[in-house]
Every structure is written in C-alpha cells, then in structure tokens.
Design a protein around this ligand. Structure first.
Ligand code: SF4
Length: 447
C-alpha cells in the first residue's frame, strides 16, 4: 500500500470515531430524564436490550487515560457506588416492567474505569439485580473489561459463578520503558498469568487492547509487543491510537510531548503492528480490531451483520442499549442519552428517585440515514448509497478530494474505501456527517 507523507499531512485531521451519530459533542441538555422515561416506555415490548455498566474507579492513574474514572485508595466509594447502581437498575427495570416490556437482554458489558475494582460480592449482587429486573437469556453475552494488575482469585471465582464468557485485558505495550512512561507497569509474565487464569475461569473469548502512538514507542518495539500478544493467542486484538488531548484530560500533561511520535511515525507504527497481526492470521475488522479465524466479529464482518456502538465493533443486534453508572450512554431508536458524568450528581439523582440522564440528542430520519451509511463505512468500508435513498451528489463535495487521492472509489451509488484509504476510514465516513464543524480540539486525529 502506498501511503505518502502528503496523504498523512492532508488527512490526519481531527474526526470522530463514530461510535454514535450524531456524535457526543452534539448532545445537549434539552434531552434529560423525561425523554429517557418516554423513550423507555415507548420501546416495543419484545425489543431485545443490551446493557452497559460503567464502573468509574481505578487504583492508579495511567497517564494516557481518556476514560471517565476516578482514582480511589479506599473501597468505601466503590461500596457506595454499588448501592446507587443497584437502585438505578431497579428504577429502570421498574419503568420497563410497568410499561409491559419483557426486558429480554442479549448482552451485558461491564466497562470503566476498572470493573474489577468491585469486590466479588458486589459484582455478584449487581448481576443478581440484573437477573431480577431483566430476563438474561441462556446464551447471554456477558463481557467485562479487566485490569490484569488487579484481577485476583476472588474476582475470578465470582466471574465463573455469574457466567462471564468474554473478557478484555488492557495491555497497551509490553515494553517496560513505554510502561514506565505511562505509569502502568505490568510485565508480560503477569499478563500471561492473568490470561491463563481467565481461561481456567471459563472465559471463551479473550480480547487484548494494544495502543500505538504512546511515548517512546517504535516500529520495532510494537512488532515485539504484537508478537508477545499473539503468543497469548487472544481471539481478538484491538489496536487503538493514543489520543493526546491534555486540554481535556489534564493528567496527560504528565506525558512529555517530546517523547510522543509524530503523525508519520504513528502511521508507520499502526501499519507495522497491523501487518504483523495479518501475518499471524488475524483479519482486520473495521478501523482498529483484528480477529482470529472463527471469531464472531470476523464472521459478522463476512456476513455483513457487524455493528458499531459505544463499545466499538460488536455482533450485538439489539437496537437499544441501556447505560448504567456515571457518564454511561444509552442508545434508543429515538436517540442517545447520557448520564451525569460525575459521580456526585449521578448518585444524587438516583438517590432522589430520578433518572440520572443529563444530556442527549434525538435522532431525525435524516440522522438515521446518515448513521446507517457511516456505520457501513466504518464496519465494511463499503456502502451502496441507494440502499438509503441517498443521492451521491449530496456528499460529492466532501468525497471528491478523497476519490481524487485514491482513498475512496464511487461506482454509481456504491462507495468503497480503497486499501489505500483504510487508514482514513473515519475521514471517508466524515463526508456524510452533517454536523461536523472543523474544530481542531474536539476529536482525536484520524491516524
Ligand atoms: S486502568 Fe483504564 S480507566 Fe483506569 S486509569 Fe488506566 S486507562 Fe484509565
């Protein structure tokens, strides 16, 4: 693939990751608890649900962190959070039940933060509450994000008891120099031990998260990290670009700008890691995921049922995602809605018997069309605009430079991202974003 420095200079610009459309910067305070109640009540009784639980606690701050979390030295805040979360689950469960909804759930995802900040009995109580208020199917997809530094035998036993079947481990890079530079030291042997314990605990699908663009990373170092990751034989590997946004995440100022790779080096790091993964028989899924043969993401890509939501690429088919916990985002057929990002207002709202929704956006028919097109581009790199009654002429101004530079190809109404254009998939999708305003500091860079 020929990617010139010219292309990187022109197209490595801030664009959304399109885990939603319209994207989160367009959420507004006009959508709140009343809208959420209305949207919950309006759901068809048998609409399958997907649940997301945000656990906003960690033991130690990783300096690259872009998540909504807080560092806690004591367990008390986590215990209080658990009680509030149980009340939030009951509140939403009651609204759905009162409206006659069957509450069938196909997928539950624990993210954070660090979900294994919960004590084992807290985790089991949360699962019991979900089981009480929702119908968790026998084939439930039950996934959790884990910090390998803090997964202990007690938590593993709880995971086994509640039937967790998918786990994702944050790895980033195995190089001790890089780990020290981002304040997250976890030697390879520690991660290998964690992987073995997870497999013993019945995890059938394992994902490792890697990051490129971190301080002191190099092409050769990333190749080494990928080779070590492949040795652990995870079913999936995600390869994310570090988003350096210290104006939004002040702790990132602890990372010395001078130690960060520039756009060109970042691009070469991604390419080197991606090539190493392809050579190890992982297939590229969308923007940043890689999956082994037989993995559900890979099957979904091949049969064109792959979806994209706030957790990234998913095989979950539910159109409704209900988020619990501070900052959690819910997706309804009618729009998106986000809980209060900070713990205190979230806990206050739930404590007062209200929902904690604080902002969101309603989706118009035009948004739905554009969202479907953007999702197809992000998942498959190809979309037939005629399927969405979309006239290519309406996006031609944004697409023409991409087509001229060989990043996309338009044949009638079928738009394809070329191999050359794959690293710029988000930029191609952005041609259909009616809300996008060029603003350097809102989104991470494309590469
Ligand atoms: S463990 Fe994850 S959420 Fe917690 S500080 Fe590190 S990167 Fe952020």
């Amino acid at each position: 693939m020929m990617i010139t420095d010219h292309l990187i200079a022109v197209y490595d610009r801030p664009v959304p990751r399109y885990t939603s459309y319209p994207t989160a910067p367009h959420f507004h305070g006009g959508i709140g608890p009343d809208a959420m109640t209305e949207w919950l009540i309006a759901l068809p009784a048998d609409a399958p649900l997907s649940l997301y639980i945000h656990v906003p606690f960690c033991k130690k701050m990783c300096w690259y962190c872009g998540c909504n979390t807080q560092i806690v030295a004591r367990h008390q805040p986590v215990a209080e959070f658990t009680e509030t979360l149980l009340a939030e689950i009951a509140r939403i469960g009651d609204i759905l039940k009162a409206s006659g909804h069957k509450c069938q759930v196909s997928s539950v995802h624990f993210g954070g933060g660090t979900p294994n900040s919960l004590a084992p009995d807290e985790f089991e109580r949360i699962m019991a509450a979900l089981g009480h208020h929702f119908a968790l199917g026998a084939d439930l997809d039950l996934a959790i994000e884990l910090d390998p530094r803090t997964v202990d035998a007690g938590f593993l036993a709880a995971m086994r008891r509640v039937g967790v079947n998918r786990a994702s481990l944050g790895v980033q890079d195995f190089d001790p120099v890089v780990q020290a530079a981002v304040n997250r030291v976890q030697p390879f042997d520690m991660v290998r031990g964690c992987v073995e314990s997870l497999r013993d605990a019945g995890i059938r699908s394992l994902n490792l998260d890697l990051i490129y663009g971190l301080p002191f990373q190099s092409v050769s170092g990333l190749r080494r990290t990928v080779s070590q990751a492949v040795e652990l034989a995870p079913d999936r590997i995600a390869l994310f670009g570090y988003a350096h946004v210290p104006w939004m995440k002040p702790h990132q100022r602890l990372i010395d700008d001078a130690s960060l790779p520039d756009s060109y080096a970042r691009f070469r790091q991604f390419e080197a890691a991606a090539q190493a993964l392809l050579a190890a028989d992982y297939a590229r899924i969308g923007l940043d995921h890689f999956a082994k043969p037989g993995d559900a993401l890979r099957v979904a890509r091949d049969n064109r049922t792959l979806k994209r939501n706030f957790q990234g690429y998913t095989v979950d088919r539910a159109d409704t995602l209900i988020g619990f916990g501070p900052s959690a985002i819910s997706a309804f057929p009618q729009g998106y809605i986000q809980n209060a990002p900070d713990h205190a207002p979230w806990a206050r709202a739930i404590g007062e018997g209200r929902l904690a929704a604080c902002k969101g956006v309603a989706i118009t028919d035009e948004d739905q069309r554009r969202r479907a097109i953007i999702e197809q581009i992000m998942c498959f790199g190809r979309v037939d605009l005629a399927d969405f009654s979309f006239d290519p002429a309406d996006a031609l101004a944004g697409l023409m430079p991409l087509i001229d530079d060989g990043l996309a190809h338009l044949n009638g109404t079928v738009l394809t991202v070329t191999e050359r254009g794959l690293p710029f998939q988000r930029v191609v999708a952005a041609a259909f974003d009616a809300y996008l305003v060029p603003e350097a500091k809102r989104h991470s860079r494309a590469v």
